[in-house]
Design a protein around this ligand. Structure first.
Ligand code: 5GP
Length: 200
């Protein structure tokens, strides 16, 4: 039987709070999540990142490289704010199932852009351990990119194990499982415009 999914939104005020703060909660399959980054905050931050990139990169030959599936919304929202001529392409790999990293990196597919001697901006939804990022950067070096810059919508510093510098970070977040804005829980939640964190 096909699994039915519904996002239930609850607005509630936490107990013992003199100021009334409204927070959204949702349920996806067997788990509950609380709103953590609003749509407005995300869009404002992307505006700032795009402004920075428009200043830094306008004179270069740039290819934005979105990492599927998770980065599709971030890549689209960022790229529409880029005001110099640039290309965009997407590659896909997966290292994650359920709510904890397996550490296994699967195959990289979808390279159809010539990246030799170009400035590549890797567009990631979230950088956790950095395993995925390292794999992509290694591949870009092999393919002789002139320069590699990293843009990550979300970054978990407590989980990061690599030395690769991140050039454009949307938000540094705690080492908790999040969904929304491209990120999924078992395939669901990617269409949520905000980011939600798992309620343990
Ligand atoms: P890394 O290779 O850095 O450990 O993990 C990167 C990938 O793991 C991301 O592109 C994303 O697909 C997945 N991932 C890491 N943390 C989370 C998380 O909190 N929520 C979701 N939904 N996926 C995550």
């Amino acid at each position: 039987m096909r699994t039915k999914i519904r996002y239930y939104f609850h607005i509630f005020a936490p107990a013992n709070s003199s100021n009334i703060v409204f927070m959204k909660e949702i349920r996806i399959l067997d788990k509950k999540f609380r709103e953590f980054l609003t749509e407005k905050a995300i869009q404002q931050r992307i505006e700032e990142l795009a402004r920075q990139m428009n200043n830094d990169l306008a004179e270069k030959e740039v290819v934005f490289l979105g990492i599927l599936n998770g980065a599709f919304l971030f890549a689209a929202d960022l790229f529409r704010r880029i005001d110099f001529p640039a290309r965009i392409s997407f590659v896909k790999l997966a290292s994650y199932q359920g709510t904890s990293s397996s550490g296994l990196i699967k195959e990289l597919i979808g390279w159809n852009e010539d990246i030799k001697n170009k400035t590549i901006v890797v567009v990631e939804d979230i950088v956790d351990t950095g395993n995925t990022l390292e794999r992509i950067v290694d591949e870009l070096v092999i393919r002789k990119a002139a320069e590699v810059r990293i843009a990550a919508m979300l970054y978990k510093p407590a989980a990061y194990t690599k030395d690769i510098a991140l050039d454009y970070i949307g938000f540094e977040i705690p080492n908790d499982f999040v969904v929304g804005y491209g990120l999924d829980y078992d395939g669901f939640g990617r269409n949520l415009p905000s980011v939600y964190t798992l309620i343990k």
